[in-house]
Design a protein around this ligand. Sequence first.
Ligand code: NDP
Length: 475
Amino acid sequence: QLANIGVIGMAVMGSNLARNLAHHGHRVAVFNRTTARTDEMIAAHGSEGDFRPAAELADFVASLERPRRIIIMVKAGGPTDATIDALIPLLEPGDIVVDGGNAFFEDTRRREEKLRGAGLHFVGAGISGGEVGALEGPSIMPGGSKESYAALGPILESIAAQVDGEPCCTYIGTDGAGHFVKMVHNGIEYADMQFIGEAYELLKGLGLSHTEMADVFATWNTGDLDSYLIEITSEVLRKVDAATGKPLVEVIVDAAGMKGTGTWTVQSALNLGTPVSAIAEAVFARAISSSPDLRAASQAALAGPSGAIAVDDRAAFIDQIRQALWASKVVAYAQGLDEIRMGAADYGWDINVGEVAKIWRGGCIIRAKLLERIRSEYAAGSLTTLLEAPSVAKELAASQDAWRAVVAAAVTAGVPVPGFSSALAHYDQARAPRLNAALTQGLRDYFGAHTYRRVDKEGTFHTNWSTDGAEVRED
Ligand code: NDP
């Protein structure tokens, strides 16, 4: 009996995915450009299931039943294209090629078009959960033809994380839809981590020890904030460095790295004109952290308060930080889901946003109790934005006093909270009956004759600012 699925790329993600597939009873063909890596995987894990290793790509392809289902898990970018190009001549119409790497969705669109032209299905599948998720059950976001999902979906669903008996994998939409959704997932992850970082700095400003902070996060993890990232924050804060005896976070260089998915999320949002300000602030916060020259020059020049926060009731303020974190998180998720809605409209994808929330409930890095709320809110009725969902709006209203108090205290104390404050600004902008954009339009008309519309009548208008001051209708 031929293999029913194949995996190319036996680095950490591909080998763990292949093992996960084998653990679920699939017959897994495996291949890696460098055969030694395949041999190592089989030597270490070959007994875990039914693997069919191949040293040659042609043998790998020949070992698969039709339509062939092949998951590529190699380095994103050129290596993915090289692998696809090597595969194409070996495949037959109807075969399905899946890219499970972190591809930019525009690349996925390009590859899908190319393979479609050759009679092949190309599926861009976002896979979240890191190496442990790949092995034990990731969240999978596949995009491609519906026809290919019929042949591929059941296999992916069998290895995905399961929540309430439902797989964290669903058909997302055509061509790049899956990788687009995975990209936004990562953008939300950036924001989530930035908010956690701001809460940490505020708790530090209050004078809490790292153990106390770890306890605070552990307590938060039992409530509305219950999530993977809050859970591991508690563990990271509790970790003591063996070499120095200090909390580990105090000896880690405060320069955050990034691989680009957060930047893509913001760039794509800028192209779409959809506001993801909290996600953008999270990307910029990493950027300033990794700008040593700018920071060193500014540290020497700029004055300001020390970051110490004085409050009468410490416990009450800690609870306000919790509320600010929760409210900001809701805004970041809303912004990300708004970007998905806008992207779907622009690229012609029929994405069910509630289903996206559903498959993020398990397996992925942003898994959180909040996602069940989001899923049920979207299931209850059509939403333009998460912020309008009645129960969400009600809780944001209940949290806003605390949120404002935390941002105000942070600003006064000199603790940078770009995430909390931009999320709050988004909340205030979104609910405002009128925005200062009216003045912007007036200014644009003054210096560039860019025209404006009026609230009281139809049409496009221009004021003759530099001559008689009269208003003229332009259309
Ligand atoms: P790497 O990104 O480190 O890539 C290594 C693999 O790519 C090896 O199998 C390597 O083969 C292969 N490769 C490199 N260049 C070429 C080439 N020119 N032609 C063919 N194969 C090539 O592996 P990971 O397992 O970390 O990640 C795989 C994919 O999964 C990436 O796209 C990554 O972004 C994505 N991903 C990773 C996550 C993670 O937590 N690591 C999480 C989610 C997604 P060889 O052994 O011959 O060099």
